[in-house]
Design a protein around this ligand. Structure first.
Ligand code: V0V
Length: 145
């Protein structure tokens, strides 16, 4: 598997609008995308874009508010009511090769590749097999090549 850039850190929140205000007013973020619902994952999502070097795109914070209490993020928030870091996401050039790689290492891949919030294929790897961190692997968006 070829490890790519750190694409985003997923942050769960009980109140997306309050989190957007926090990143704008406390953290000084100037580029925050409009929220949308990703039905397949039962979340309302937006991205805080942090700047990279020399005008390039930096890493994103992905803000996630559950749309249902029995969803993955909803259940996590039950245990962590303030919210906080939910997952970390790395890019790879080929999602199917990455899935085979992790499975070959005995890591539990949670389901088949599916379309994620960036419109490219993603998988999740179980936090108990990844040093305690829920790990998302996503195929690098084409325009980034
Ligand atoms: C659960 N655990 C976590 C965790 N979620 N540890 C670290 N980070 C997390 N996010 C721990 C939990 O504390 C338990 O540990 C153990 O794992 C089992 O958790 P559980 O509460 O019983 O929950 P499960 O097993 O029903 O579900 C956990 C998993 C589930 C990770 C399997 O949430 C899942 O399939 N997640 C992948 C999908 C997802 O998260 N979607 C939302 C993001 P103890 O107490 O036993 O020690 S969507 C998204 O980001 C998208 C689409 C995108 O970026 O494009």
């Amino acid at each position: 598997m070829k490890l790519g850039r750190l694409n985003h850190i997923g942050v769960a929140t009980p109140d997306l609008d309050a989190s957007i205000a926090f990143y704008r007013d406390v953290m000084g973020a100037t580029d925050i995308t409009t929220p949308f619902v990703l039905e397949s994952q039962q979340v309302r999502v937006c991205f805080v874009n942090t700047p990279g070097e020399n005008g390039t795109a930096g890493t994103q914070i992905e803000l996630l508010q559950p749309t249902a209490p029995d969803s993955a993020v909803g259940k996590w928030l039950e245990k962590n009511p303030l919210g906080g870091q939910h997952h970390i996401c790395y890019e790879v050039p080929d999602i199917h090769a990455a899935k085979a790689w992790f499975e070959g290492q005995g890591k539990r891949v949670l389901g088949d590749p599916r379309i994620g919030a960036h419109g490219t294929l993603i998988i999740f790897v179980h936090p108990k097999d990844m040093g305690g961190m829920l790990t998302e692997i996503m195929e690098t968006p084409r325009e980034a090549h």
